[in-house]
Design a protein around this ligand. Structure first.
Ligand code: NDP
Ligand code: 8X3
Length: 253
């Protein structure tokens, strides 16, 4: 039987590109996110393009009960999840620490840290029971360094960095691989979300250089997932060639 991958945050950007990459390579794909219309559209497209087996699971990853219900009620033949990609996440706002908004901070912490934990808590026992699996966490360059006004977003991605290392230790004896992929700037809906729909400001983030594309990260995820059993990529930092550090970008304008 084909392998099964569950991708959180597959309605846009990196998660969506990962869904296409794995569906094109004969994986059974579980796509998740809050926007049901997008999940249905992507499912129909993957089925049409690749004849893929796709399950769409709408839930808000911040809601631990919803996450639990979604995984517990998976049909038995979808519970053998080979790969979990913890991708759902966001930045909200870009303010100095003393000007930060509590609501922004809570959205980031609840999604990027607590949400990642909720889904891992549901899926990892299924992997442990089979002594098999691979968890791929999408961290960020913001989890390796900090940059002006990045404060809480950077803290959440530093948490993903720490959790990736911890999961790798805890799951070692069960034969479960844990990989972190930490990208620099990728042009997705990320900045539109960060700037709360100010699309002109979001566009400026990628002005004058070629950022990474969501497909570049999907390729890296597929590479990590395709290695022989005895090989694991622990941690992979991927940057645009024009970006040397989080806030050092060579722009042509
Ligand atoms: P997008 O905004 O394009 O996609 C984010 C995805 O996360 C969407 O599918 C969204 O689905 C989902 N998501 C957000 N909040 C929730 C929630 N509460 N419940 C369920 N799903 C949620 O951004 P990216 O693709 O760029 O981001 C993906 C990951 O990559 C994030 O973890 C981000 O931090 C990380 N990253 C991004 C970089 C970049 O420059 N773009 C660089 C480094 C890391 P929906 O809204 O339908 O719920
Ligand atoms: C997203 C990229 O610019 O916030 O993780 O570091 S950035």
């Amino acid at each position: 039987m084909s392998k099964t991958i569950l991708i959180t945050g597959a309605t846009a950007g990196i998660g969506k590109a990962i869904a296409y990459q794995f569906a094109a390579n004969d994986f059974r794909v579980i796509i998740t996110g809050r926007r049901l219309d997008r999940l249905e559209e992507i499912k129909a497209d993957l089925e049409a393009k690749f004849n893929a087996d796709v399950l769409a699971l709408p839930f808000d990853i911040r809601d631990s009960m919803a996450v639990n219900t979604a995984i517990v009620s998976l049909p038995q033949n979808w519970k053998e999840i080979d790969i979990l990609v913890n991708n759902a996440g966001l930045a909200v706002g870009l303010n100095k620490i003393h000007e930060g908004l509590l609501d922004d901070w809570e959205r980031m912490i609840d999604t990027n840290i607590k949400g990642l934990l909720y889904i891992t808590k549901e899926v990892s026992p299924l992997m442990v029971a089979r002594c098999k699996g691979h968890i791929i966490n999408i961290g960020s360059i913001a989890g390796k360094e900090t940059y002006p006004n990045g404060n809480v977003y950077c803290a959440t991605k530093h948490a993903v960095d720490a959790l990736s290392k911890s999961m790798r230790i805890d799951l070692l004896e069960y034969g479960i691989k844990v990989t972190q992929i930490a990208p620099g700037a990728v042009e997705t809906e990320f900045s539109n979300v960060r700037f709360k729909g100010d699309d002109a400001r979001a566009e400026k983030v990628y002005d004058g250089f070629e950022p990474l594309h969501a497909e570049d990260i999907a390729d890296a995820v597929y590479y990590c997932a395709s290695l022989p059993d005895h090989v694991n990529i622990n941690d992979l930092v991927i940057m645009p060639a024009a970006q040397a550090a989080a806030s050092i970008i060579l722009r042509k304008n």
